[in-house]
Design a protein around this ligand. Structure first.
Ligand SMILES: [Ca+2]
Ligand SMILES: [Ca+2]
Length: 500
């Protein structure tokens, strides 16, 4: 009898010990991935079986938004838990550690490292990958690394000897290319394949005595959108792949909306049509999305095989959206849903399976959510909110809309039903996302919407800093006194022709 009691006590202790084991974190980033993900419904033909399966065993946010529609500011915001309007990081430069105020800021993985986690990363996590290999001279040697272990950079991988598409306008940037590559169907030559392989090795060789925070950053479907033929074969080679489009859509958007993407290497829709490249770009982007989905599938399979799936929190996020012809442009740098909406999926311990949450969520919420899920001490210096209430019950109320900013003074407020935009010159847009999911009809001038406008304006950020020192690339400033906008160092005037 006594032996049975001891046995039962032993069982209870064993179960308690297991339950108290800190969970691992598998942190997966996808570059420039909009909501063209199977279960998100952003594109009816998108095929992402592994992300859909992950969503089925976890919670997917169907109304999640980046804090900035560009790599560096979005990733800086997510990793530091601060809005771009707080950091002043809006462009592709600077690296935030060069700003004295943020040089010693504890990033998300560093918070995990401080609590006993092994941190490892590969591919594109920050805009510069896993952080600079060589630290700035001024940095004290005692400063902790961004990650304890870093792997392959990933990136494009095999490139064709010359571009597959016609010379693109605005500088014929080498990244502005897409199509079938490599031609031999060999995915192992791709940077993202190598990123997945390195991550699988880390999972297989995970330490037994420490939990891990393992970050894998995939480069595709960022341009150049090269994928092997097998991924193109998933999509029809005809115009059925094209997104819905309204020809005069920009007629009711403020001129200032053009200033956010004034002169970019990304071609406009007019060029794609004239060069018969629209369908090719869309199909290439979809092919790349499915290829990355398959690489994420390799990571999830490795977790299962290693017996770690039950004790690993998986989070997948995209750093911002991407236009493929909508609003007459391609690329990022916009405050519309196609530019800000991203996949955001959590699965694992503490996450209710099979839920979709349609309330607004922010990438900024990942930092407080992960430390909450892992049971680490909370921080008072984070500007996001834990999503654990929604991960428990998707219907749990969330008071706050999602906020995206692109340079000082330009902000979008996304509630469950509406999108409100205000530009630095005071011009506005308002869309009823239920009645008008493509954001075709700007209602900002409708007197009947005064209450909706007021309810959304009150969420505009109270802190709205100018660009940090060293800001460059995609940086826009505006002086209301002179009505002068400066895009990447060049003055833009009201009468200037919009670059094509
Ligand atoms: Ca990006
Ligand atoms: Ca319109």
């Amino acid at each position: 009898m006594l032996r049975v009691v001891f046995f039962l006590i032993g069982m209870v202790l064993a179960v308690t010990a297991r339950a108290a084991e800190p969970p691992n974190v598998l942190f997966i980033a996808i570059d420039d991935q909009n909501d063209w993900i199977g279960h998100l419904g952003g594109h009816p033909l998108a095929k992402t079986p592994h992300l859909d399966a992950l969503a089925a065993r976890g919670t997917s946010f169907t109304n999640a938004h980046c804090q900035a529609p560009l790599c560096n500011p979005s990733r800086t915001s997510l990793m530091l838990g601060l809005r771009p309007t707080t950091t002043g990081i809006y462009g592709l430069a600077p690296w935030f550690r060069t700003i004295p105020q943020w040089a010693d800021r504890v990033s998300l993985p560093q918070h995990f490292a401080q609590h006993g986690y092994l941190t490892a990363a590969t591919g594109k996590i920050y805009h510069g990958g896993t952080g600079p290999r060589r630290r700035p001279k001024a940095a004290a040697d005692s400063r902790p690394p961004e990650f304890e272990i870093t792997g392959t950079f990933g990136g494009v991988g095999s490139r064709p000897p010359k571009k597959l598409t016609p010379p693109a306008p605005m500088g014929n940037h080498p990244a502005m290319d897409w199509g079938v590559w490599p031609p031999d169907n060999d995915d192992t030559k791709k940077g993202d394949y190598q990123v997945a392989s390195w991550t699988v090795e880390q999972i297989r060789n995970a330490p037994k005595d420490r939990p891990f925070f393992l970050a894998a950053g995939f480069f595709l479907p960022h341009v150049p959108c090269y994928a092997t033929q097998q991924w193109f074969d998933l999509y029809p080679g005809d115009d059925s792949v094209l997104p819905p489009f309204l020809a005069d859509d920009r007629d009711d958007t403020p001129r200032f909306s053009w200033y956010l993407h004034w002169s970019l290497p990304e071609p406009r829709l007019r060029w794609l049509r004239e060069n018969k490249q629209w369908q090719n770009l869309v199909r290439s982007y979809l092919a790349c999305t499915s290829f990355v989905d398959a690489q994420i599938g390799r990571l999830l399979n490795a977790l299962e095989e290693a017996g770690l799936a039950d004790n690993t929190i998986v989070v997948v996020w995209g750093d911002h959206g991407w236009h493929l012809g909508e609003k007459a442009i391609t690329g990022k740098n916009t405050l519309w849903d196609r530019g800000t909406k991203v996949p955001l999926i959590f699965a694992g311990p503490g996450v209710t399976a099979g839920q979709q949450c349609s309330q607004p969520a922010e990438l900024l919420d990942i930092y407080p959510t992960l430390i909450d899920l892992a049971g680490l001490p909370a921080r008072v210096d984070l500007e996001g909110s834990s999503l654990v209430p929604q991960l428990t019950n998707a219907a749990a109320p969330r008071a706050r809309p999602a906020l995206t900013s692109h340079n000082q003074g330009n902000h979008a407020v996304r509630s469950e039903r509406w999108r409100y935009i205000q530009y630095a010159d005071g011009t506005e847009e308002l869309y009823d996302m239920e009645a008008d999911p493509h954001e075709w009809q700007n209602l900002a001038g409708d007197p009947g919407q005064a209450a909706v406008l007021a309810a959304h304006r009150r969420w505009l950020p109270t802190i709205d800093r100018p660009p940090a020192p060293g800001s460059a690339h995609r940086v826009l400033t505006y002086d209301p006194a002179t009505d002068e906008a400066i895009w990447e160092g060049t003055t833009v005037r009201r009468a200037d022709t919009i670059p094509q």
